[in-house]
Design a protein around this ligand. Structure first.
Ligand code: FAD
Length: 498
């Protein structure tokens, strides 16, 4: 057993041991395995990442380390510019093979091209299998003949043509021990405070980081096949927060502490056990296909996270009004449904899909006419599940910039909330300043008289804002601006290939 290479497995996403193609590639014939995570300063710090996501990451690393230790290995956590750190340890440990999961995000691509170059320079073998999505990057694009469909229906046909995603790989029972580390590891897993966070990560009350937490949540769902079979995304209640009406597995999907294939096949099995079941796009398996579609398109679309130069994105003359963006971000718009969702995002790093619909429509084409890129930036910082492709795609959808064109379907920040029996307790939970407001006024407090406001202990303009925009006229104004943008019909500069 002294002939094979020493493998370095570089974890970035894919923080799991189940169904991990990179782990299998690293193990093949290796004499030693060095599992490494590099805390990259570019991707950290309170200005860039909210406390909930940072805490989720740190706890995920702890869980990964525990899983590795159970199998005779451990996680080596490094801090610094990833390529410099890799070079240092690869030389010290005489690494013969570098392995990491392929990543299609722009920052990752540049970084990973540098890592590939480093491996070449050091004479190490390089392996970069897929693992983040149901299908390997490129497989679907190739089956589509180079041009991916932009509609879900056509995407489903493409997936059907390729066949069911591969079955998950087994979790190794034992791992080779980590060799002598020398001086390589200087710090270990830092605390939140060391990374500059002072607040508490309230969102971790709702999700247990690490693959064991993810797999336990998944089996809680799939052990009740009737629940999986009955799942219809648009019918789930956005005002349900403890517990939520959906799986809340998104943070695990973002960091890869749950494998997409494991998730998908477990859902399919539960569907078969139930007999009759809901279908894509509304079924739970259908949610994973949205993820697949948006990630796959994001992998081949230039400037996917911005309007200009993005060939799938409609060019719209958004306003740029920092005061409106700030009020929306902090949950001070004067619309309790919108503000409760934004406070949930700020404190817990998550909100339900239809709440995301509400606040995204409100910020962009519905009410405030601010660019979707601004909203995307706020979500990117605060969501535990912030995912480059999914965030961009969904923001383009909600702002009618791509994928979606029913521009007169605008969410009312009042009437939509009234559809949900739980909306008032949701608002009371996240907006304590409205605690004393009677139910009849809770979703539209500006309809209270001055005397009623005083009696409720909530004087508008003092305890809670007056609405920063009047929805009905804003809706009409924005709709005509949107019609004009559609009439101009422009998309971003398209590369020759389209
Ligand atoms: P479930 O309904 O239980 O779905 C299971 C899984 O399917 C999710 O965990 C997720 O991985 C995937 N999924 C579900 N809905 C979508 C969708 N619309 N698009 C792509 N994948 C989906 N999701 C993110 O993971 N990261 C983001 O940054 C993100 N940004 C969004 C921004 C906006 C404006 C909107 C409207 C939606 C965004 N979503 C994002 C999609 C969706 O809201 C979340 O994935 C979902 O609410 C997560 O909760 P869940 O795990 O309980 O979902």
């Amino acid at each position: 057993a002294h002939s094979g290479p020493a493998s370095l497995l570089w974890f970035r996403k894919g923080l799991r041991l189940h169904d991990n193609p990179a782990l299998h590639a690293a193990l093949e014939g290796a004499v030693a395995l060095y599992p490494v995570f590099v805390l990259d300063p570019t991707l950290l710090g309170p200005a860039r990442v909210g406390v909930n996501r940072t805490a989720f990451l740190l706890e995920s690393l702890r869980a990964l380390d525990a899983g590795l230790k159970e199998r005779g290995s451990r996680l080596i956590v490094l801090r610094g510019e990833p390529l410099a750190e890799l070079e240092r340890v690869m030389m010290q440990w005489r690494i013969g093979r570098l392995v990491f999961e392929a990543d299609t995000e722009p920052y990752a691509r540049v970084r990973d091209a540098g890592a590939a170059e480093l491996a070449r320079r050091l004479g190490a073998e390089l392996k970069t299998p897929g693992g983040h999505t149901l299908y390997d990057p490129g497989v679907l694009a190739e089956a589509a003949g180079g041009t991916l469909p932009l509609s879900y229906g056509s995407f489903l046909k493409l997936v059907a043509k390729v066949g069911e995603p591969p079955a998950p790989l087994p979790t190794p029972e034992r791992l080779p021990p980590v060799g002598d580390l020398g001086e390589a590891e200087r710090s270990g897993i830092p605390t939140l405070v060391e990374l500059g966070h002072q607040e508490k990560a309230a969102g971790l009350a709702f999700v247990t980081p690490g693959e064991q937490g993810a797999l336990a949540t998944l089996s809680a769902w799939t052990s009740v096949p009737a629940r999986v079979a009955a799942f219809e995304k648009p019918a789930t209640d956005p005002s349900a927060y403890a517990p939520a009406a959906t799986t809340r597995l998104s943070a695990h999907m973002k960091f890869g502490s749950l494998s997409a294939r494991t998730f998908y096949h477990a859902l399919r099995e539960a569907e078969r056990a139930a007999g009759a079941y809901s279908q894509p796009p509304t079924s739970l398996a259908g949610q994973l296909l949205w993820r697949e579609m948006f990630t796959t398109i994001g992998a081949v679309t230039p400037n996917y996270d911005r309007m200009v130069g993005n060939p799938v994105c409609r060019q719209i003359d958004w306003d740029d009004t920092p005061a409106l963006l700030a009020a929306w971000t902090e949950g001070h718009t004067g619309y309790p449904w919108i503000d409760a969702a934004m406070r949930q995002l700020n404190t817990e790093g998550w909100m339900h899909h239809l709440a995301r619909h509400s606040v995204a429509c409100f910020l962009t084409r519905g009410d405030l006419w601010q660019s979707w890129e601004a909203g995307q930036g706020v979500f990117d910082r605060l969501l535990i599940d912030a995912d480059w492709s999914l965030n961009a795609a969904n923001w383009m959808w909600l702002s009618a910039s791509a994928f979606f064109t029913a521009i007169d379907r605008i969410y009312s920040p009042v009437a939509f909330a009234k559809k949900y029996a739980g909306a008032r307790s949701y608002v009371r939970h996240y907006l304590p300043e409205l605690a004393g407001v009677p139910d009849a006024f809770l979703l539209e407090p500006w309809t209270m008289t001055a005397a009623q406001q005083r009696q409720a202990g909530c004087v508008l303009g003092r305890d809670y804002p007056l609405p920063i925009v009047d929805h009905a006229p804003a809706r009409e104004r924005n709709l005509s601006r949107m019609r004009a943008a559609y009439a101009r019909g422009r998309k971003g500069e398209s590369p020759a290939s389209g």
